[in-house]
Design a protein around this ligand. Structure first.
Ligand code: DQA
Length: 167
C-alpha cells in the first residue's frame, strides 16, 4: 500500500471468548443461527476485500486468550474481541488488551448486553476499547471490521505501520 517495499502488518485479530464455539446451537433466540465458522469465513473474505489479513481465534480458556493477545503484540494492526462471559469478569484479558497500546480495538457482542441481566451490563473492556458494537447479531463483526478498516485508512502512513516514501 505504501509503495515503500517494506513488510507491513495487515493483520486484524478477531478473538472469540468462551462458548462462542457453539454459536448456531447455543441459545439461538439470543445469539442467532449463524455458526462461528460462518462468521470467521465471512470476516476473512471481507478482510481480503479490504486488504486486511484477518486472523481468528476462539478459546474457552481465559489464559489462552491472554496468550493469544500477547502473541499479537507488535504484529497486529487492530483487534476485534467478543470476550463473551469474560467481558464481565476478566481483569487479565483487560490488562492484556492494554498491552497492545493505541491500535483500534472493537468490542463486539451479538446480543445487546444492556437489555439483559444486570450482571451483563458491566464490561471490563468497554472503557479501553475504541468502540463497542452490541445487539446486531453476527453482523456486528462485519460492522466492527469495517470500522477497524476505516480507522486504519484514516491513519497517517507512519502510524499505520507503513514507512513514509521519504523522510
Ligand atoms: C456475549 C454476551 C455475554 O454476556 C455472554 O456471556 C456471551 C456472549 C454476546 O455476544 O452477546 O457469552 O458476549
Amino acid at each position: 500500500m505504501s509503495g515503500s517495499g517494506e513488510e507491513e502488518s495487515k493483520v486484524v485479530l478477531v478473538i472469540h471468548g468462551p462458548n462462542l464455539n457453539l454459536l448456531g446451537r447455543r441459545e439461538p433466540g439470543i445469539y442467532g443461527a449463524v455458526t462461528l465458522a460462518e462468521i470467521d469465513r465471512d470476516l476473512k473474505a471481507r478482510g481480503e476485500a479490504m486488504g486486511l489479513d484477518v486472523e481468528t481465534f476462539q478459546s474457552n480458556h481465559e489464559g489462552a486468550i491472554v496468550d493469544r493477545i500477547q502473541a499479537a503484540l507488535g504484529r497486529c494492526r487492530g483487534v476485534i474481541i467478543n470476550p463473551a462471559a469474560y467481558t464481565h469478569t476478566s481483569v487479565a484479558i483487560r490488562d492484556a488488551l492494554l498491552l497492545l497500546g493505541e491500535i483500534p480495538l472493537v468490542e463486539v457482542h451479538l446480543s445487546n448486553i444492556f437489555r439483559r441481566e444486570p450482571f451483563r451490563h458491566r464490561s471490563l473492556v468497554s472503557d479501553i476499547a475504541t468502540g463497542v458494537i452490541s445487539g446486531f447479531g453476527a453482523e456486528g463483526y462485519g460492522l466492527a471490521l469495517t470500522a477497524v478498516g476505516n480507522l486504519l485508512k484514516a491513519l497517517p502512513p507512519a502510524e499505520a505501520g507503513t514507512k513514509p516514501d521519504s523522510n
